[in-house]
Design a protein around this ligand. Structure first.
Ligand code: VGL
Ligand code: ZN
Length: 212
């Protein structure tokens, strides 16, 4: 197998995170063409799917008396409470219909433990269990991971942080991400935080310009 130094990671490009979905990220669908274009310049493309059972711990509906957008505590970790979303096998959990998927070589599923949330594509929020993505990338010889998707301030952020911890060189594609922005400015602040943590912030044009 040929070693592939670079990989593109597409985070949670699912219907529920796009306009019309249950946890719609503003302009979430605007990153789908970016994902399709970037896939052309990567030999290795991987993706994550948020994949929750009904009654998942991250759903406000599982916490009577609490509402969407509140932050509660689960096993001593802060847990944002969300609308029901990305229910396993539902239409909302499917990739956006315009996303090209034929080049995606591995899809990892996260958030399937009913009692633990998983923002990162690599580990659950308690760092108890790996999705297998880190191991997969290492076996492929990957050193550089380029990350984009939804949402900047949650799953993209946690995925970038874990990728750095695992020793990858990490790039985030700014125009390939959109934020939930529970608090105004969250996504912008997240990008600044990531820069400070060693993540390089790029634009998709930096990667595709030479091939046009
Ligand atoms: C996400 C909130 C809840 C994400 C997933 O993909 O950023 N956000 N579950
Ligand atoms: Zn989720």
């Amino acid at each position: 197998m040929k070693a592939c130094k670079k990989a593109l990671l597409l985070v949670d490009l699912q219907n529920d995170f796009c306009p019309g979905g249950s946890l719609a990220v503003p302009e979430g669908d605007a990153v789908v063409p970016v994902a399709n274009q970037l896939q052309e310049v990567f030999a290795l493309v991987v993706a994550s799917k948020d994949w929750h059972p009904r009654g998942h711990i991250s759903f406000a509906s599982s916490h009577p008396g609490h509402s969407i957008g509140e932050v509660t505590e689960v096993h001593h970790l802060a847990q944002e409470l969300w609308p029901d979303h990305c229910i396993q096998e539902s239409r909302g959990a499917e990739f956006h219909p315009q996303l090209r998927t034929e080049k995606i070589q591995k899809v990892v599923y996260k958030g399937s433990d009913p009692a633990i949330d998983s923002y990162s594509a690599f580990f659950d929020n308690e760092h108890q269990r790996s999705t297998g993505l880190g191991e997969y990338l290492l076996v492929q010889g990957v050193e550089d991971v380029y990350i984009m998707g939804l949402a900047t301030d949650y799953c993209v952020k946690y995925s970038c942080q874990d990728a750095v911890k695992l020793g990858f060189k990490v790039y985030v594609i700014e125009d390939g991400c959109r934020g939930v922005n529970l608090k105004p400015g969250d996504a912008v602040r997240t990008l600044a935080e990531m820069r400070a943590e060693g993540v390089q912030v790029l634009k998709s044009a930096d990667l595709v310009k030479s091939s046009g």
